[in-house]
Design a protein around this ligand. Structure first.
Ligand code: NAD
Ligand code: UDP
Length: 313
């Protein structure tokens, strides 16, 4: 089997490439390195089953030879990144997704879209089920990402309905682990970096907003299982254990034995107040549920950040 992973040099994408190689896939990684790093895949570069091509999928996509499955993970993902690159985020979600769907049409390959819990916006329904249509501000500061993903979902369904492309849509909830960028602005790398440097912890708003954090190995396993499932509907992938930002900050502080104190900063506009996936559909269709609890996943992630700190990175 031969897989294309668009966005394969990013955080989740690089773990997915590794996982697929472990499943005896040949892997073609396409990435323009906008928010990803070649370092993330450096260990794979001398594996003969792995190819890296630097390419912007929103321009054109050419992959010679057989392709069985395309994982579309290409897109900035952290609020800081997508707000820094709004036009690239929209282009990648729209034209990038279309180019990859065309590749699947030509190669008779399966297409999997990495969508997001952000399609639910600041949700009125809790926990979020796939049947909920969401509460998204179409012109707000997160709109370039939320609407790009919503459009990508619609495009994916249109290719399925009108051209028969076998498609899957994963709605990914907050995922963390080694290889997150220390400066990508998301809560987990921020807190760990601040704790390791004994700097003040930045809590936005009251810290009572919630998220549900999924460790990356669980996510990659879920994406792989979903690629083999022919159900047409979107599937939530995430860990349903829900925490407030304050609980997370206190946990990271304790686990790193840090002197950092909590400081409070304005809540970003349109920041969702709560988020937690219903994973009943993933359990039923994929026999999947997360196995790594927050403390175990954080331990791995903290160790990884610590080793980077020691090496001065
Ligand atoms: P990331 O920024 O680490 O990875 C995204 C990768 O896509 C990067 O390597 C980037 O260089 C690449 N990319 C961006 N635009 C591209 C383009 N036009 N052509 C080729 N490559 C391009 O982010 P991540 O956290 O690994 O997220 C991966 C995917 O999962 C994204 O699509 C994201 O929307 C989705 N997702 C992630 C999370 C999460 O919590 N990490 C949550 C929901 C959805
Ligand atoms: N957050 C925070 N301090 C930080 C970074 C984020 O309090 O240094 C909050 C943010 O306001 C949000 C939650 O943590 O409520 C998760 O933010 P993140 O950027 O990781 O992802 P999001 O789920 O918002 O896309």
């Amino acid at each position: 089997m031969r897989a294309v992973v668009a966005g394969g040099a990013g955080f989740i994408g690089s773990h997915l490439c590794e996982f697929l190689l472990g499943e005896s896939f040949k892997v073609v990684c396409l990435d323009n390195l906008l928010t990803g790093r070649k370092h993330n895949i450096s260990r794979l570069l001398n594996n003969r089953a792995f190819t890296f091509t630097r390419a912007d999928v929103s321009r054109s996509v050419t992959v010679p030879g057989r392709v069985d499955v395309v994982f579309n993970l290409a897109s900035p993902a952290s609020p800081r990144d997508y707000q820094q690159y709004p036009l690239q985020t929209l282009e990648t979600g729209a034209t990038g997704t279309r180019n990859l769907l065309e590749l699947c049409l030509k190669k008779r390959a399966v297409f999997l879209l990495a969508s997001t819990s952000e399609v639910y916006g600041d949700p009125d329904v809790h926990p979020q089920k796939e049947s909920y249509w969401g509460s998204v501000n179409p012109v707000g500061p997160r709109s370039m990402y939320d609407e790009a993903k919503r459009y990508a979902e619609a495009l994916t369904m249109a290719y399925r309905r009108t051209k028969g492309v076998p498609t899957r849509i994963a709605r990914i909830f907050n995922t963390y682990g080694p290889r997150m960028k220390v400066d990508d602005g998301r809560i987990v790398p921020n807190l760990i970096d601040q704790c390791l440097r004994h700097k003040p912890l930045t809590v936005y708003g009251s810290g009572r907003q919630t998220r549900s954090f999924c460790y990356v190995s669980d996510m990659v396993e879920g994406l792989f299982r979903l690629s083999g499932c022919s159900d047409p509907n979107p599937v939530n992938l995430g860990n349903p254990d829900e925490f407030t930002v304050l609980e997370l900050a206190r946990l990271v502080k304790r686990m790193t034995d840090s002197d950092s104190r909590l400081t409070y900063h304005p809540l970003p506009e349109d920041d969702p107040r709560r988020r937690r996936p219903s994973i009943a559909r993933a359990r039923r269709l994929l026999g999947w549920s997360p196995r790594v609890g927050l403390e175990s996943g954080l331990r791995e992630t903290i160790d990884w950040f610590r080793s980077r700190h020691r090496r001065g990175k």
